[in-house]
Design a protein around this ligand. Sequence first.
Ligand code: ABU
Length: 323
Amino acid sequence: MNEKIVVNSWNEWDPLKHVIVGKADGCCIPAPEPALDAKVPEDSDMKGMHGPRLKDTVDKANDLLNNFASLLEKRGIKVDRPVPINHNQKILQNYFNKDKNMKHETAPKPRLTDLDYRKDYLSEKIGEKKRLEWTEKKYFVTTEEEPLFDAADILRFGKDLVVQHGFTTNLKGIDWLKRHFSNHRVHTVNFPGDPYPIHIDATFTPIREGLIINNPQRRLPKSQRKLFENNDWQIIDSAQPAHNSPPPLCCSSVWLSMNILVLDPKTVCVEKSEIYQSDQLDKLGMEVIPVELRDAYAFGGGLHCCTADVYREGELKDYFPNQ
Ligand code: ABU
């Protein structure tokens, strides 16, 4: 029972050996709050709805997540599953007091090697409060009072961490990361094409050393490309999504097409219906493993969102010696 767990994951593409796959149990449609309103489109079917999700949708999402977990296990990857918690309850702590939490995530997203889950959870709660202030006052300054970051805004490239500044990660949060990861170089990026910058993992996706796909509606500005260009990394437009709209009661965008899980530098899991993204990755020389997950998107996102690396073979490297 007291099995020692080694956490080691320095980038997004080294061979994956141990991972967490989320569960849909207890997930809710989040209760309305101004920050959420800003993210959910006017014509969304989520408007005016909140509370526990219907059992048959939870069961369907769990079937898909279980199949995904089995597929990974069959490939020799150790898979852990979280213990479900009841999200439909009051939250009260230093920064946040909300009658109904109603979070809807399928998994924690601790995509850094030594951030603990609680920190991630707290930062998410602070994030909701701060986003609310941002939405009401309409400028970023109010979000800069306290450190706020979300691990899903952070990409690991060995010694370099690339962090999106947006709704879920503020500049104070990025300063916090700089202080706590003093052995790393932390780079701030943003993607002006994204009206609600929440999480980097449907925008900028490393495939393997030297190659990144970038959402063509949210291109990295030229001024922020130097790090990659100076080190001969290629940034190419991703393929278009296969769908014109997200599935029902889902607050992520259609760009979950890019929310993929790289198993090793030659193998990648892509959502089964995302035929254009699969085709592009196939042409880039990857073995593409189709994974059906679209009916679980509403529970917190795609293949990258619902997983968290525990162990990838490999060590800390410097991919960007020319800073
Ligand atoms: N976590 C990915 C969601 C980003 C998006 O909706 O585009």
